[in-house]
Design a protein around this ligand. Sequence first.
Ligand code: ADE
Length: 935
Amino acid sequence: HTLPWLAPPPWAWDAITEMDEYNRPIHTYQVCNVMEPNQNNWLRTNWISRDAAQKIYVEMKFTLRDCNSIPWVLGTCKETFNLYYLESDESHGIKFKPNQYSKIDTIAADESFTQMDLGDRILKLNTEVREVGPINRKGFFLAFQDIGACIALVSVRVYYKKCPFTVRNLAMFPDTIPRVDSSSLVEVRGSCVKSAEERDTPKLYCGADGDWLVPLGRCICSVGYEEVDGSCHACRSGFYKAFAGNIKCSKCPPHSQTFVEATSVCQCEKGYFRAEKDPATMACTRPPSAPRNVIFNINETALMLEWSPPSDTGGRKDLTYSVICKKCGSDASQCEICGGGIRFIPRHTGLINSSVTVLDFVSHVNYTFEIEAMNGVSELSFSPKQFTAITITTDQDAPSLIGMVRKDWASQNSIALSWQDPDFPNGAILDYEIKYYEKEQEQLSYSSTRSKAPSVIVTGLKPATKYIFHIRARTATGYSGYSQKFEFETGDETSDMAAEQGQILVIATAAVGGFTLLVILTLFFLITGSKNNISGFSVRFPGTKTYIDPDTYEDPSLAVHEFAKEIDPSRIRIERVIGAGEFGEVCSGRLKTPGKREIPVAIKTLKGGYVDRQRRDFLREASIMGQFDHPNIIRLEGVVTKSKPVMIVVEYMENGSLDSFLRKHDGHFTVIQLVGMLRGIASGMKYLSDMGYVHRDLAARNILVNSNLMCKVSDFGLSRVLEDDPEAAYTTSGGKIPIRWTAPEAIAYRKFSSASDTWSYGIVMWEVMSYGERPYWEMSNQDVILSIEEGYRLPAPMGCPASLHQLMLHCWQKERNHRPKFTDIVSFLDKLIRNPSSLHTLVEDVLVMPDSPGEVPEYPFFVSVSDWLDSIKMGQYKNNFMAAGYTTMDLVSRMSIDEIRRIGVVLIGHQRRIVSSLQTLRLHMMHIQEKGFHV
Ligand code: ADE
């Protein structure tokens, strides 16, 4: 500010220029009237404009002489001065009246100097800052009052603080003056930079010290623009951005282009289209080519048309077919549409499968069927339709049956077959279909293979196993019927030797060794088998009790007595009927054992009029149960087989089956009680799996609960169990399976194992935590299978601790070897029970993501969105995620199902797979954050 300042009285404050220690001039105001008492010397600045300030800061640099270092000044020398101010709208013509000024503070030196310092030319400079405010007038004066000190005022800096203009998250924030009250912040709304739009209202808070705090909300670059260094730049030609978001422009999808900047949707190349619902991120597509290889199969009443999908689907998956029927005379140009007489099953347009059945046609007519493939963009194309036509005269026959099938040779794993062509092929034979299955597994599954020649080598078979084969021929007219069944057996090791005779000596020697081993093993089992009356065998390892399948006994009624005590019926008192089983009533009653107290029991009865097979199936359960001895497995007391009715007597479980028990007491138990029940079931299952027993029908309905809430696994009996289970449904391979409880590999190819029991255990966990809710609610079995295949998993029931849902998800891993073992489950649940605080985090708590932008959750599993999408086989959506701005796992983790849809994930199954994977990711994060348990 302009000098000079006003300094009354004129003999006191002096403007003096000195040299500092570096010999640079410094302008100062000095006063040093230390000898005379009652000093009152003022120095007043010129008028200072307030500008935007509310609060001002005054920084003073000065030196001050130590009074002790000056002789004879005791009582007159001072070591402080006073700082005053006066607010004023007027800058000029103000007379200086000290009593109008308000005191800001008394200023003392931190360091004063002595004569010696002066001699050494050391300047002991003090810096003091004082704040004043609020200032309400246009400006102010400052005044320094000396009361007898020796001062040199070297500099006075007057300033105020502001939060300076800034750009954060693509929003601009203007210069902002903080509040005078330093504890409250000024909320400032940002405005988006050019070509950006608000996502959440952008805000910053201006703190008292001029710092911007707590950024909230953000702007995002509009469609066609991408962020570069805090501003939005137009996409270059050839690039586009379909969604507003802070992401980069992407290259135009295949078969589309753009030649202008700032493109939001690239235009399709000629001949390519985008259907109405196709997202901009999707490639442009075209109509499919014509279907191929049309064949037919006709009898008197039905004509079946079948074809292969087109070689070019146009790049789309929404393929459908339509069939047009024409009746043609001898001249192919004289065709007319067939009209209403003919029927198509299921219909003639919008066919999803590549086949259709035609009914109500007339004999001896030339029908031409034009089969067209269509997709979502067929309607948009003006090019001529691509179809394949087949003309059929309605009295043509399929080939006749194949006659004799011969086995040429067999090895351990292969069988070679040959046969004669059918006597009446009725056209050129295109190929043969060979269908085969293990004789013992007739109902369960079959395989098939094809051969163009009338011979085949079927490989991948089991050694020494009987297989059934039947074969049919195919011509353009369709298939012949299947030949009669032929039974052939694969060879054992000796036959392989025979089959491979003449091969090198080493192999022969090994085979001899193998044969020797076989002889030794056979002898061993003949001896042990005859002792135990077993024709099959199980190898017992020392220290491990192994479950023995009662069906390996030649006479299953012997098995039951091996494992179950015979009870004299006079010891049983039946009291009440408590239910109905497949074989007869289930009753409750009492069992008296001599010398012991009567115990309550449940009694399963076999009703009269049964056949041998039913009796055997009924008693199979007792033969299995009798092998077990564990507190969480229902205990067999014994059987009645020597009189009628035949009965199985087991311990009585007061609370009946677990599913109905939970439904009856919805919400009544603590989480620890529920975990206790689950622990019991897991412990029982661990015992069963250690014994090598696979339950196959583990479900809450097959768990019984006693009066102490102890849960015990029940319902044993392999296939019989499934016959009995109302939940079991037939699968395409013919087996009867409780779909909702069963692991995918067991549904698909009957791969039952302790690992598939683990899957079912996960479902039981879900049943328990939801108090007996039906798994997958009212979804159809078919939908359950499909959605599991798509990666969907049951979400956590309400109020379910996150750690338990995580365990369920572990049990439902597709790869069965990745599922936990029951021993792991038991120890995990034990840890939860010992440390109940680990049950306090509910899934609901975890799924709400932190929304304060400062918190960045950690993703240890997937570094990039691209890796994650690949891992869930959703890699085809990488562009959609990138184009919509979901470039980091952090952003992805906050996505809602709506956002997933909005970026172009249209298929429900894919949406589910993504949502369920995100759910798992969030759980993993929670898990890591809590440093909790690991299974
Ligand atoms: N229902 C079937 N078995 C039972 C048992 N052991 N106790 C009670 N009810 C049952």
